[in-house]
Write a protein that binds this ligand. Structure first.
Ligand SMILES: *Cc1c(COP(=O)(O)O)cnc(C)c1O
Length: 443
């Protein structure tokens, strides 16, 4: 097998996600698709022996490297016990243990776990549960949702309702029952002399006036805590989450924290919402949950929400289902991932790694074409002044030439590496990105 063999077959038979396939046609000058033969740690290898440092954790899912020995061993063991069983009317050890451990990580406040296979489905579940819980309480008027501008909560027709990214949403507008949006607390919007906390308070004031007027019809507010990842690693102060929690309580609106991207230690704490000292009514998790191995998502919720469905009448139950709900292999990968967190003091180790990443990136702060260098935990980003519409694609290609896999979002270059990155690899990643930046700007 060679790169070009597999590439040709892939372009003929596979419709790739988030891709204009024509850009991969022969003769196109777009970045080539990379056929990956294997992975080890932070590295991906193609069929021709080239390597690439996975600076984006394979779409933000990988935590402890590719082909992680501990997760591999756990999965091998699980394969000989049980691969999957229907989760309606049956249960199994990995799903029970995972639910207990995830609940414990929320201090027991979110004690009920409902599973699906991907992030968008977790969003749909949280929206449906919120609506249905209010309905079971006789609040039939609560049929609307609120999200932040620039939010991303997945791309199924239901999840697009609370996603505010034109590129993903506009074409489907006639299909979507759009939610209302309120201002994002994006710290980059600070006016002269304003701190990120000031911006957060300003956005919370806008949320307060929206809720004051519309709360009887609103079931839930959905947010990505601390970082709106897909709209360009938009970072904001935890103060916003504190104020949003208080407003949701005051106006009887559920708070949904979508930690699909920011959970599992990404922002420096195990869950991002911990930094605000709050708990949501619903917590959506996916991506890193299985260490980047298998599709799995979960929505955790409170006794109060669970209680709203607990009844003699079947129709008051939450009758949602997915075929692979609570897949045993995926749950076992998640348990192995949690074992690594527990045994290797990952959060503390990440703190040092994040500091090293910050010091590698620091010189960029004074680069004449760089704005808003920002970081929270294991996510760092900066915006590039460039009016090249194809900046992201050109940068991506320049990075690949330097053995680095990075995919800017528009003019925002970001780093979201696996936690097993060592200091030397961290320096390699940033040096390669800086060289790719210079080459892209010079072209
Ligand atoms: C990726 C993502 C989703 C959607 O997850 P999928 O598994 O891609 O459907 C939802 N919310 C956030 C914050 C995400 O980053």
């Amino acid at each position: 097998m060679s790169n070009s063999d597999l590439l040709q077959r892939s372009l003929a038979a596979v419709w790739h996600p988030c891709t204009q396939m024509k850009q991969h046609a022969a003769g196109s000058d777009a970045a080539p698709m990379i056929p990956i033969a294997r992975g080890k740690g932070v590295w991906l290898y193609d069929f021709d022996g080239r390597r690439y440092l996975d600076g984006i954790s394979s779409w933000w899912v990988n935590l402890f490297g590719h082909c992680n020995p501990r997760i591999n061993a756990a999965l091998r063991e699980q394969l000989d016990e049980l691969e999957h069983v229907i989760l309606a009317g049956c249960t199994h050890r990995p799903v029970v243990e995972l639910s207990e451990r995830l609940s414990a990580l929320t201090g027991g406040s979110l004690g009920h776990c409902f599973y699906a296979s991907d992030g968008a489905s977790a969003t749909e579940i949280a929206l449906k549960m919120s609506f249905h819980a209010w309905r079971n309480h006789g609040r039939h008027d609560k049929t609307e949702f609120l999200c932040l501008s620039g939010s991303y909560h997945g791309e199924t027709v239901g999840a697009l309702a609370v996603t505010d990214v034109a590129l993903f949403k506009d074409a489907y507008a006639p299909l979507i029952r759009a939610a209302s949006t309120v201002a994002s607390p994006d710290a980059r919007q600070a006016k002269d002399g304003e701190t990120p906390v000031d911006v957060a308070r300003r956005a919370a004031a806008a949320l307060a006036s929206h809720l004051e007027e519309h709360h009887p019809r609103i079931a839930a507010l959905i947010v990505e805590p601390l970082i709106q990842c897909a709209s360009g690693m938009v970072m904001y102060d935890p103060e916003y989450l504190r104020l949003a929690r208080a407003l949701c309580d005051r106006y009887e609106v559920h708070l949904i924290c979508d930690e699909i991207a920011v959970g599992f230690g990404r922002t420096g704490t195990f869950f991002a919402h911990e930094q605000a000292g709050i708990r949501p009514d619903f917590l959506c998790l996916s991506k890193g949950i299985s260490g980047g191995y298998l599709p799995l998502s979960v929505v955790l919720t409170t006794d109060a929400v669970y209680g709203a469905f607990y009844d003699d009448r079947v129709g008051r139950g939450f009758l949602h289902s997915h075929s692979y709900t609570g897949n045993a292999l995926a749950c076992r990968a998640a348990l192995a991932t949690l074992d690594i967190f527990a045994d290797e003091e990952v959060i503390a180790a990440n703190r040092l790694l994040a500091e090293h990443l910050a010091s590698c990136l620091r010189p960029l702060a004074s680069h004449p074409r760089v704005r808003h260098l920002r970081q929270r935990g294991m996510i760092a980003a900066f915006d590039v002044l460039s009016d090249d519409e194809r900046f992201a694609e050109r940068f991506h290609r320049q990075a690949l030439a330097r053995e680095i896999l990075l995919r800017p979002i528009g003019n925002t270059v970001y780093f979201m590496p696996p936690y097993v990155l060592d200091s030397e690899q961290c320096e390699f990643l940033v040096a390669g990105a800086v060289a790719a930046l210079e080459a892209t700007l010079a072209a």
